[in-house]
Design a protein around this ligand. Structure first.
Ligand SMILES: [Zn+2]
Length: 82
């Protein structure tokens, strides 16, 4: 049981480090193409998820960067109290 908890903690830590160092990843909807699935050679439209940027922000990366920089609301609240 303890081993499972340790493995889970290691996986979460590894994921957080990965998200911190790679805040954006290829768009999952268009798979990095930047166009929507109905696009052909003659007509093309931007992907609705990434708007043609081909990359999307990873879940939790904004919150993680805010926490590290110390600009999240939770950190601000604790600083005000002191
Ligand atoms: Zn996309």
């Amino acid at each position: 049981m303890t081993t499972l908890v340790l493995i889970a903690l290691a996986a979460i830590t590894a994921r957080l480090i990965f998200i911190y160092t790679h805040p954006v990843g290829p768009c999952r909807r268009c798979r990095g193409k930047g166009t929507n699935p109905l696009s052909t050679k003659k007509r093309s439209g931007y992907c609705r998820r990434c708007h043609g940027a081909r990359v999307t922000q990873r879940t939790g990366s904004k919150a993680l960067h805010r926490m590290v920089r110390g600009t999240s609301n939770a950190v601000k609240d604790t600083r005000k109290k002191r």
